[in-house]
Design a protein around this ligand. Structure first.
Ligand code: C5P
Length: 230
């Protein structure tokens, strides 16, 4: 069982590289950002005003708790089809709207919400040790903001994927044409940095700055880290 933890700021290409890494090594894939996005989407769907100042933390925490314990939420760990479901509805596109992107930090900044998600993420990761899991016991690539530090600090491979801000901003702007919200990544990183630390690598975490690297160069670096660990 190998656990690969990948953290990094918005627009660095974490999802694309993490998914491809999981595919190449036959591992499961967990997009923890999709979990926070799904929570923000669900809260808005329940009529919670995420523009309120301050937001209603208690109601958001209860709503997210019910989303998980009530069995409304589900996420797939197949890197070829990482579905995000709410009551069986595929919300994969909805959670990547600019409305969700600009509001998600309001939800992810709430510590009791994080505790619910961290516990769920640890359970998804632990599950992949089993032979009857998606990876057949091979392991998982989990990506987000606090995987190397909080969710799985004992992961066999821990990477901080980063890139210069102007590069990340340009990549996100390029994705706007594909239906991913073009957005101010720096503003989201500032908001997220209040509760998670992903701009600098923690002890034992390998930094890969892909500002001037092609996709395949990044994949080679990640792949060699995984090979060394197996
Ligand atoms: O990775 P992605 O951009 O989809 O993440 C969406 C949001 O989810 C982040 O901006 C952050 O607010 C939150 N997040 C988090 N901790 C994680 C992953 C994502 O707080 N491990």
């Amino acid at each position: 069982m190998i656990r690969v933890a990948i953290d990094g700021p918005a627009g660095v290409g974490k999802s694309t590289t993490s998914k491809e890494l999981a595919r190449r090594f036959g591992l499961a894939y967990l997009d923890t950002g999709a979990m926070y996005r799904a929570c923000a989407w669900w809260c808005m769907r329940q009529g919670i005003d995420l523009d309120a100042e301050p937001v209603n933390e208690r109601r958001i925490t209860e709503t997210v708790g019910e989303f998980f314990t009530g069995g409304h939420f589900d996420i797939g760990v197949d890197p070829d089809d990482p579905k995000v479901l709410a009551d069986g509805e595929d919300i994969g596109a909805a959670i990547r709207s600019s409305e969700v992107s600009t509001h998600v930090s309001k939800v992810s900044n709430i510590i009791p919400v994080r505790n619910v998600l961290i516990a769920a993420q640890r359970a998804y990761i632990a599950r992949e040790a089993a032979e009857d899991s998606f990876s057949g016991g091979r392991g998982i690539v989990a990506e987000g903001r606090d995987i190397t530090t909080v969710v799985a600090p004992d992961a066999e491979v821990r990477v901080l994927l980063t890139a210069r801000e102007e590069v990340r901003q340009a990549r996100r702007a390029g994705q706007a044409s594909k239906g991913v919200g073009g957005e101010d990544v720096a503003a989201r990183d500032r908001a997220d940095s209040k509760v998670t630390s992903f701009m600098e690598a923690a002890d034992g975490v390998t930094t890969i700055d892909n500002s001037d690297l092609g996709f395949e160069d990044t994949m080679q670096l990640l792949g060699s880290l995984v090979e060394q660990a197996v």
